[in-house]
Design a protein around this ligand. Structure first.
Ligand code: SF4
Ligand code: SF4
Length: 257
């Protein structure tokens, strides 16, 4: 399904524009899940049509030094990945929220009315992802093994149904109807870099003095990041907490102390 004649730069430019629009929605207090939905749909479609901006795969290609698959010179691809890490340091994981196609398909699946599983407050996913990151680097740099191809990330978006790996990633996507973003939280090597950056994010979700302590935001959050002490590295800026909050201005996106 991926149309190879469309330059990958189209995905990157979309990523920048969508990032700017979403960051503005959060900054201006206008972000709602309804407004975010079109971004999720377009991002997912771009994954299937252009296979960009699929950030984790871009990182995989950088690790393997495969400039041809990136559709851009290696330094430019590295620069693009670094740029979004810096942006996460300032604004949080906006790209994971609704821009990255891999995240978008899982987020859309989680909207399905299936029973939700997994303890939100668990740190297990972060620990597993850290381990996968080490394997990802060792396999890529040491053995030139494409780990993300083995688990079917490219095969899924290329609809390569003849490949066994397609079904591995399809399984992950189907699982995301019931477990929140299993690929992002347990596997994604780029997420492993974005999470520590976002945990230091300048702009973040904050509780104000208007909070009445009802904890509805905490119950709505699928990653356990809506507690006052949370670092927000695993906050995907999905908007469930702000939507659940019954008090105007009690939970806001703003500059942290
Ligand atoms: S964690 Fe990885 S796969 Fe998930 S949205 Fe972020 S970059 Fe994409
Ligand atoms: S519900 Fe959780 S993951 Fe979603 S925006 Fe709020 S804190 Fe972040």
């Amino acid at each position: 399904m991926v149309i190879e004649s469309i330059p990958k730069a189209v995905g990157f430019i979309y990523g920048l524009l969508a990032f700017a629009a979403l960051a503005w929605l959060w900054y201006s207090g206008r972000f709602t899940r309804r407004r975010a939905l079109p971004f999720l749909i377009v991002s997912a479609l771009l994954g299937f049509l252009v296979f960009a901006p699929v950030f984790p795969y871009q990182l995989q290609m950088v690790v393997l030094g495969n400039a041809a698959a990136l559709g851009s010179p290696l330094p430019m691809a590295i620069g693009g990945l670094l740029l979004f890490i810096v942006l996460a340091l300032v604004l949080g994981r906006v790209i994971c929220g609704q821009v990255c196609p891999a995240g978008a398909v899982q987020e859309l699946m989680y909207l399905l009315p299936a029973k939700k599983r997994g303890r939100a407050e668990s740190r297990v996913p972060v620990a597993v992802r850290a381990g996968v990151f080490v394997v990802f680097l060792a396999a890529g740099l040491g053995l030139s093994v494409n780990l993300l191809a083995l688990i079917g990330l490219p095969a899924f978006f290329h609809l390569a149904v003849a490949s066994a790996s397609f079904f591995v990633f399809l399984g992950i996507v189907l699982l995301s109807a019931t477990v929140y973003r299993p690929f992002c939280r347990y596997v994604c090597p780029y997420g492993a870099l974005l999470a520590p950056a976002a945990s230091k994010g300048l702009y973040r979700l904050l509780r104000t003095d208007a909070c009445i302590g009802c904890r509805k935001c905490e119950r709505a959050c699928p990653t356990g990041e809506a507690t006052p002490a949370a670092g927000l590295g695993e906050c995907y800026l999905c908007g469930r907490c702000t939507e659940a909050c019954p008090v105007d201005g009690a939970l806001v996106y703003g500059r942290g102390k």
